[in-house]
Design a protein. Sequence first.
Length: 423
Amino acid sequence: MPRRSSHGPTAIRRRRLALLLLALLALVAGVAVGAGGGEDEGTTQAGAPATTGDGRAAGDGAPGADGDGADGDRSADDSAPAAPPTAAERARARVARMALPRQVGQLLVISFSGTTAPSYATDALRAGRASGAILFGGNAPSAASVRALSASLQRAAGGDAIVSLDQEGGEIRTLAFAPPQTGQAGQPTPAAARRSARTTAAALRDVGVNVTLGPVADVAETAGSFMASRAFPGDASAVAASVAAAVGAYRRAGIESTPKHFPGVGAATQNTDFGSASIGRGVAQLDASELVPYRAAFDAGARIVMVGHARYPRIDGDRIASQSRAIVTGLLRERLGFDGVAMTDSLEAEAVDAATPGDADVGLAAVRSLAAGNDLLLLTGPGSFPLAREALIAAARADPAIRARVAESAARVVELRARLAGD
């Protein structure tokens, strides 16, 4: 079949018609451009980003992108600046640059005897093998001595050490010379709890303490509760209101509070410092009572929580709370949505010894507590620090899941320490 010629009269007329049509289209387009002068630069008429030859949006940093037909004067430098990294992102970046032993060091709060920090403690802070210390009565005979001790810890750590203690009130006071004289059981209202926390926070700041291991957030309504003399009075809602008031007062004063003992030991009759305790409540019962003050504490801004050592066999038949993934990750992280720092109660408690028997119980307890979802591990006994540290490093090197947990927890602690230092 012969091809149609492209040079005949019919073809010429078709070309002329096509040229006329193109001219008309150009005229219409020119009018549209003139009427659309208010359209945002860098977008098509349909509102989609104009793209460069490689498909990237004009003005987003593509080489040579200068508005492509807008005003001809724009450059890539005029594009919107990237959002600065968040505190959490900065913390993760810092941790990513740390070697494993230094990451593990972020997880450890240590203790020592005397009013002067021993060289092993200051060396550990200076080298990043520990993140802070807990003080006890023997460390704190006077305001002047605590002030000097706190200053030495901060110098060693570079200004971001965690300096913590118990200052609940009444008999539970590391600083015997400081308030509150009345314990939580004698603070019947949120207003009383707020006043107590405010005066206590001022005393802590004065001596260089930046973390208080309280308030107690346990609901001690059970007859014979060992927490009855230490908890705020009333039911779950009353306790929650007082806990929130205390947490808010501490935070406004620049002190980080630590509600305890998650998920609540108010129903226990045995102190886990001195023996095992079992609480026969399931998730629904805890949700209606014990967890209420913790929700209030987190809403009030608490960024640390202390996890207790009681057993909850209806939730985890094998592990105490501080070593239970069902409790620390399941209840605390997932159910309550807490993404702050989870800290264990003392790893030298009798309840921990009973749960992890053997010569290496502190090291095993440290690894189990980390695996459960805790971030800070509280070491209060002589010789515990090297045992816990070595066990965590060994476990992280042997198990990628533990290695990932170390990095995750270290980032949370680094972020907390940056806040304590005012960064």
